[in-house]
Design a protein around this ligand. Structure first.
Ligand SMILES: NC(=O)c1ccc[n+]([C@@H]2O[C@H](COP(=O)([O-])OP(=O)(O)OC[C@H]3O[C@@H](n4cnc5c(N)ncnc54)[C@H](O)[C@@H]3O)[C@@H](O)[C@H]2O)c1
Length: 364
């Protein structure tokens, strides 16, 4: 079966989605929708799909095409209304992250999907990077012993005024958390295969930020297993060099991802070495950092392909949906708990936060 998709949104991310679907046999774009019809017409020609119909009204597009699924690649503040319309017409929904900006709207969409008996997937594509899959596998297999703590650092100077960047984050609430950290917090949940039980966090906006709201996030996450993770993410760095590091310290060594989409290393701990030699080891006696082979993935494309295949398999009933709306409630819940912990200036227990937000226990 080929899943017939109506793609809504043809911006920065929409262009990537269109290429992925064009080159995948499990799905086909039967139409596109965006409010600016003249631009849409030009785009389908440019993308080599001149015969694919374009629309400037979502309801008309759904009624005309009767797609199996609606793919939402639009700014997050429109996701709730657009997904609701898709469910009303009996379509599955694949929605870009964040599912919505407020948890009550996401809860409502998960409920609508359940009631309609349709699938709701959220675009957490970075789970499908080769490096993410490898981290998840190695930690699951306890290749370096028991994970104890991690730190995740993402320092980027993302000037939101650049012409090739989307513009809605410039004015939205908590742009770093909702647009970027959502991926990082989701990756930690997914790769650690663990859930956060408590959060401390702060968010702020440096004086030279191009964003109206906070572009820096610092969080300390406490996982069910006892693992702690320190997160620092910014779009307003003081240096244009992009710095990424995700390190997890385990009882038998460390696992370090050094680049955003690749470069994984491990060092195996030699406990004897802690008892002898230099007190602050920096020289040749330290355990060597060895590269870990990971499947090479073209970021934003091959990972999205993985996501699309998961979706198509679920539509066909061949496999359950993992990256579902219900699962996303825990990632989005974590994102919004960080904002709330920062606002209140205190540690929040996730169980209390979920309850206050009205997420049913059986969904967690
Ligand atoms: N998963 C990822 O790796 C990734 C990467 C970038 C963006 N995103 C997400 O993709 C979504 C879109 O981001 P983008 O960068 O493509 O934004 P963009 O601003 O570049 O494009 C948005 C598109 O949505 C269309 N649109 C706006 N309002 C609409 C409406 N009411 N109905 C239909 N179409 C409408 C616009 O015409 C445009 O084509 C966001 O949720 C963003 O977070 C995800």
């Amino acid at each position: 079966m080929t899943v017939r998709i109506l793609q809504v949104g043809m911006g920065v991310r929409g262009r990537q989605w269109a290429e992925v679907i064009r080159t995948e046999s499990c799905a086909v774009n039967v139409g596109y929708m965006r409010p600016e019809l003249d631009i849409a017409r030009r785009q389908v020609i440019e993308w080599g799909e001149p015969d694919t119909p374009v629309f400037d009204d979502l309801e008309t597009a759904i009624r005309t095409l009767q797609p199996d699924a609606v793919l939402l690649v639009t700014p997050p503040d429109g996701h709730h209304d657009q997904a609701s319309l898709a469910f009303k017409y009996g379509c599955h929904v694949l929605c870009e992250k964040p599912l919505t900006e407020d948890l009550d709207e996401s809860i409502d969409l998960v409920r609508q999907a359940d009631e309609a008996g349709k699938l709701l997937m959220v675009g957490m594509n970075f789970r499908y990077l080769g490096v993410s899959q490898k981290i998840r596998q190695m930690l699951h297999e306890r290749a370096l012993g028991e994970p104890g703590f991690g730190h995740f650092v993402y320092l980027r100077n993302r000037d939101g005024r650049r012409p090739d960047l989307n513009k809605f984050p410039l004015t939205m609430r908590q742009p770093m958390l909702l647009e970027q950290s959502v991926h990082h917090l989701d990756l930690m949940r997914y790769c650690y295969d663990d859930e956060v039980v408590a959060v401390q966090a702060d968010t702020w906006n440096p004086s030279w930020s191009t964003y109206a709201d906070d572009s820096c996030v610092s969080a300390l996450l406490e996982f069910r297993s006892g693992l702690r993770a320190n997160y620092l993410g910014t779009w307003t760095s003081g240096w244009n060099r992009f710095c990424f590091e995700w390190r997890t310290d385990c009882s038998g060594g460390v696992l370090i991802q050094k680049q955003q989409f690749e470069e994984l290393y491990q060092a195996k701990m030699n406990p004897e070495s802690a008892l002898t030699g230099e007190l602050f080891k920096t020289g040749p006696e330290i355990e060597p950092l060895q590269p870990v082979a990971v499947e090479t993935t073209r970021a934003f494309y091959d990972d999205t392909r993985g996501l699309l295949r998961e979706f198509a398999a679920a539509v066909e009933g061949r496999a359950p949906l993992v990256t579902s709306g219900k699962d996303h409630l825990k990632t989005l819940g974590l994102v919004l708990a960080c904002a709330e912990a920062a606002r209140q200036g205190r540690r929040l227990l996730m169980a209390d936060f979920y309850r206050q937000q009205g997420i049913p226990d059986e969904w967690l």
